[in-house]
Design a binder for this molecule. Structure first.
Ligand code: GDP
Length: 444
């Protein structure tokens, strides 16, 4: 995942200053030097770094900070706030037209992820805004691009407007708009051609399409793995087309993350989305504050909760909560819960977003691909309904039968039963024993 190196370095610096009761000017100076190096090493644009450091330093040396009771923590707060500002402050949503159709023009270099992101966006708009998108195959120079968009469309069941590779992209865009009106499709997403480098022909073509289709959103797609180049590309596209938003792709790779931290500041255009996998659901809204928290190891609980809310059946969840309160939670419920957990995606990714997760050694090497969950589910599925409700009935011969039925070992069956007992005990403590409601997390 992106930002690992930067996160580690910044956190080490922050840890050193965190608990200081008194922070001297010299401390701030040393710290700023470390932050500066960490940012440069993460491939953040040097002008951006300079500006950032001077802002943090000025605020950190302010008398309200130095004389406060917790100067170390104040400084960390400032770094977090400035990081958030650097990445654009608030999350910016996609522009939608007051009167349909909304037109979104996808631009970017070849291989940046335009076609993939066009599909992801279509899915995002249908899922979250109830939109009916049309994907438009406007990249006629690379025949494979048209096929690729057709494949993407089929995969997510979104119509694709395709006139082959003999019609000029300008004409395709015009006809696509007319087609969308006829078919009552309210969002038109135009995939355009990309080149390996920016050239005049391409830019003229894009300018033409822009003029013809009057887009509400010109979404520049940039590959975060290209580091400083991503920033230069963004600057050029912005100068020529006056883009309205940026999607930064491949943030799931081991990019150092510098692009994410520089693009906003250099172009003054917001990063609206980030791509986090090759799959169609691998698009996330970009929240600068949450990203800053993640970089500083403060975790990203909000993203986890949002993810849970979109993927988990909330009614089901309420029922489970009630069962936990009544202490009538059974192995059958446990089985269902695990199905829900699986819809959240790879557990290790989720764990990384939790506060302090960066401090858990070896987490990055941990492979929790859901296999363990599959094993546990297999064991429970080999039990009768009665056994799932009343596991205390499980004697040695029943356990042996279950182990054989699920293809797991007897130890694993025993371990699961012990874990389930422990979990029930914990639930009992959390709910205060006799159904009394008590916040398990204290005053957070
Ligand atoms: P285009 O030339 O700009 O249309 O780029 P494509 O959409 O064809 O993407 C180029 C490659 O990047 C493809 O293999 C995509 O699957 C991959 N890709 C795009 N976005 C992401 C992302 O967010 N994460 C990862 N891991 N791969 C991505």
């Amino acid at each position: 995942m992106a930002f690992e190196g930067l996160g580690e370095r910044l956190q080490a610096t922050m840890d050193r200053i965190k608990s200081k009761g008194k922070v001297s000017e010299a401390d701030v100076k040393v710290m700023m030097r470390e932050v500066r190096l960490a940012l440069l090493e993460a491939d953040v644009n040097f002008k951006v770094v300079k500006q950032f450091i001077s802002q943090v330093r000025e605020r950190a040396l302010g008398s309200d900070v130095m004389q406060s009771l917790t100067p170390g923590q104040q400084v960390i707060k400032i770094v977090k706030e400035e990081l958030t500002e650097l990445m654009g402050g608030e999350n910016q949503k996609i522009n939608l037209a007051q009167k349909p159709p909304t037109v979104i023009m996808m631009v970017g270099l070849q291989g940046a992820g335009k076609t993939t992101t066009a599909g992801k966006l279509a899915l995002h708009l249908r899922k979250n805004y109830n939109k009916k998108p049309l994907l438009v195959a406007g990249d006629i120079y690379r025949p494979a691009a048209i096929d690729q968009l057709e494949t993407v469309g089929k995969q997510i069941d979104i119509p694709v407007f395709n006139l082959g590779d003999k019609v000029k992209p300008q004409e395709i865009a015009e006809k696509a708009l007319a087609h969308a009106k006829e078919e009552h499709l309210d969002t038109v997403i135009i995939d355009t051609a990309g080149r390996l480098h920016i050239d005049e022909d391409l830019m003229n073509e894009l300018k033409d399409i822009k003029e013809l289709s009057n887009p509400d959103e010109i979404m520049l797609v940039v590959d975060s793995m290209t580091g400083q180049d991503a920033v230069n590309v963004a600057e050029s596209f912005n100068d020529l087309l006056d883009i309205t938003g940026v999607t930064l792709t491949k943030l799931d790779g081991d990019t150092r993350g510098g692009a994410a931290l520089s693009i906003r500041s250099v172009t003054e255009k917001p990063i609206k989305f980030v791509g986090v996998s090759e799959k169609m659901d691998g698009l996330e809204s970009f929240h600068p504050d949450r990203m800053a928290q993640r970089i500083l190891g403060m975790g990203d609980m909000l993203s986890i909760i949002e993810k849970a809310q979109t993927n988990v059946d909330m009614d089901e969840q309420k029922k489970m909560e009630q069962k936990i309160k009544d202490q009538s939670f059974t192995l059958e419920d446990f089985l269902e819960q695990m199905d829900q957990v699986k819809t959240l995606g790879p557990l290790d990714e989720l764990l990384k977003m939790m506060p302090g997760a960066n401090k858990i050694k070896g987490l990055d090497k941990m492979q929790m691909s859901g296999k363990e969950i599959d094993h546990i589910q297999a064991i429970i599925r080999s039990m009768t309904m009665e056994e799932r409700e009343k596991p205390e009935k499980l004697n040695a011969s029943r356990k042996k039968r279950i182990a054989q039925g699920s293809g797991r070992s007897l130890q694993e069956v025993n371990r699961l039963l012990k874990q389930f007992q422990d979990m029930k005990k914990m639930m009992k403590q959390m709910t205060g024993g006799k159904g009394k409601k008590k916040n398990p997390f204290g005053n957070m």
